[in-house]
Structure formats: structure tokens, C-alpha cells
Design a protein around this ligand. Structure first.
Ligand SMILES: O=C(O)CCC(=O)C(=O)O
Length: 309
């Protein structure tokens, strides 16, 4: 399937003022090749840094990818999760279980670890004129073969590749309706377990009959492969599907940033949609919150509910 390339730059020719004019103002993605100089974040390195640190690992299960997405009852942060130390998770990767059962470290905050203080990550904000972080750095790591399905975010993002390769498929915000997001009304029944900023289509296996608008969306399909050290700037509202390539361990970190200029955020229907989505999910989420308070393992259950936001 043909695709459009994402523009790329190298550190030698990177000029922040040009980035602002050509990418940040209009909201156009760009990849800065070799934008960070980190040691490879492989399993041994990460174990030496954060081996005992606990993370909520998402258990996607091997069947999920084979299902029509319209059958999904959970998505993104709604996926069932279990708290494991990084060393316990590393064992699952080494034994092949993480690959077989599609167990992934998704959006795991690095804020309390030494990794997020790394100077090469800390310099990124200045380089990209992203001055207000909305989150700290998060880890997205696991065995090759995992895919984080097609969705958009409500902040600008930077995705930093740190071990192995990831392929990112992108569509601009204008393609929202042609990508068939899950309906907003679903938040009444599923809260934030099923999210309307995810798409019901598989870009690698498009069903043009059920989703005819996809033909138009595919005229605007971009793709890029990230190698260790590369940084992808992902403006708010851009759809992205991220796949870990190869057989081995694949690792990235991302950070979400306040959108600059603000008008880029509020001029998009995709942003307003997510605000409505949060409102609609409130009754369900309040109930889950109360139920968590009544459980004996209250702390863990509350953490699971809070992580859905
Ligand atoms: O790396 C991944 O698996 C997903 C990252 C992502 O969705 C993001 O950076 O917004």
C-alpha cells in the first residue's frame, strides 16, 4: 500500500525557529533522526536502572488482534493490567511469554526513576520549543510484534526511539470521520475502558466495504520507521498506529506537551470530541471509583481507575 513520507531532519541542520514555522505552528509531524544520544535502552540496561521499579503491564492477549475491533470491550488504558517489577517483566520478554500473550509496558511513568532525568531527554523540550510538559516521560516497551492501535491524542507528543525499531502509520486530523472512531455514546457503557479517540479500522488490513471512507483516508496515509535515537514530533489530533518491529525487545519513551499555539488545539473537532467523551464517561468512572474504594486492595484498584484518565 503506498504511503507518504514524514519529513526528516538531522541534528546538524536542526534550527528551532524553522521547526516552529514549518511544523509547530501548522501542526505537521517531523522526525529528528538521532535527536537523542542515549545508551541503548535494552533489557539489561533497563534492569540495571529500574529493575525493582513496579509498572502496570497491559495484558492484551494473543486473540485480540484477530478480532473485528467492533467486538472490543476495552482499549488503551482500559486494557486489563497487572503490576510487575521491571525485572519480572524482563523475564516475560526473555521467555517469549510477553510476545505470545502480547503483554506490553504502555504509558508507564518514569517520573520517579533516574531515567527521566537523562540530560539528552531533558534537552528535548527546548529543541522543539515544547516548554510545558503535560506528563513526564513514559515508557512504551515490549516484544517485537506488538501494535498500539490507531488513535489520536489531545496533546502534542514526542516519541523517542531507544531500542529496536518501531513503525508509525499516521493520518492527519482531517481524516477523523474516514477513520471511523469508536462512537462517543460508548463512553456511557464503558467509561474510559473503550475510547472514542481510537479507530475501528486496521490500517494494514483495511475493510473498504464496511468502511468506505477509508479509501479517501488512504490518500493521506503517512508512514515512518523509527531507529534508536530518533524523535518523532506528533502534533495533537494526528492519528498514529505504532508497531514494534522484529523479534527482540523494542523500547521508546514519549512525553505529552501543552499545544503551542493554543488555537491549533481548539480549532479541531477531534479535541472537542475528547472533551465530550470525558464528560460522558463520568457516571461510569465515578461508579468504578466508588467500587475501588470498597475493595480490600483499595490502593491498587484506585491506581487502576486513575490510570485510565
Ligand atoms: O510506542 C507506542 O507503542 C505508542 C506510543 C504512542 O501512542 C504515543 O507516543 O502517543
Amino acid at each position: 500500500m503506498p504511503f507518504l513520507p514524514i519529513q526528516e531532519r538531522y541534528p546538524e541542520t536542526w534550527v528551532t525557529a524553522e521547526f516552529i514555522e514549518q511544523h509547530q505552528r501548522p501542526g505537521i509531524p517531523v522526525v529528528l533522526r538521532q535527536g537523542v544520544s542515549e545508551p541503548e535502552w535494552n533489557l539489561d540496561y533497563l534492569e540495571s536502572k529500574i529493575g525493582q521499579h513496579k509498572f502496570l503491564c497491559r495484558f492484551y492477549g494473543s486473540e485480540r488482534k484477530t478480532l473485528d475491533k467492533r467486538q472490543w470491550k476495552t482499549i488503551g488504558s482500559g486494557i486489563s493490567a497487572k503490576s510487575l517489577s521491571f525485572s519480572e517483566y524482563a523475564d516475560l520478554v526473555r521467555s517469549g511469554q510477553a510476545h505470545q500473550e502480547d503483554i506490553y509496558l504502555a504509558k508507564c511513568p518514569l517520573v520517579e526513576t533516574s531515567l527521566s532525568a537523562s540530560p539528552s531527554l531533558q534537552e528535548l523540550g527546548q529543541k522543539f520549543n515544547l516548554l510545558k510538559g503535560m506528563t513526564d516521560f513514559n515508557l512504551w516497551a515490549g516484544a517485537g510484534g506488538h501494535t498500539e492501535s490507531l488513535h489520536y491524542d489531545t496533546f502534542d507528543g514526542t516519541l523517542i526511539q531507544l531500542a529496536g525499531q518501531k513503525r508509525v502509520v499516521l493520518f492527519p486530523p482531517s481524516q477523523l470521520s474516514n477513520l471511523y472512531p469508536f462512537p462517543l455514546i460508548g463512553h456511557l457503557h464503558h467509561g474510559l475502558k473503550l475510547r472514542s479517540w481510537f479507530s475501528q479500522v486496521y490500517p494494514d488490513n483495511p475493510d473498504f466495504e464496511t468502511f468506505p471512507g477509508l479509501k479517501e483516508a488512504f490518500k493521506h496515509r503517512y508512514e515512518v520507521v523509527l531507529n534508536p535515537g530518533d524523535v518523532l514530533y506528533l502534533p495533537v489530533g494526528w492519528w498514529h498506529e505504532v508497531s514494534a518491529l522484529g523479534e527482540g525487545f523494542v523500547c521508546s519513551a514519549n512525553r505529552f506537551w501543552s499545544v503551542t499555539p493554543r488555537r491549533r488545539l481548539f480549532s479541531q473537532w477531534s479535541s472537542w470530541r475528547t472533551y465530550f467523551a470525558f464528560l460522558l464517561s463520568m457516571p461510569f468512572m465515578s461508579l468504578k471509583f466508588l467500587q475501588a474504594l470498597l475493595k480490600s486492595n483499595r490502593k491498587e484498584e484506585l491506581e487502576k481507575v486513575l490510570r485510565m484518565f
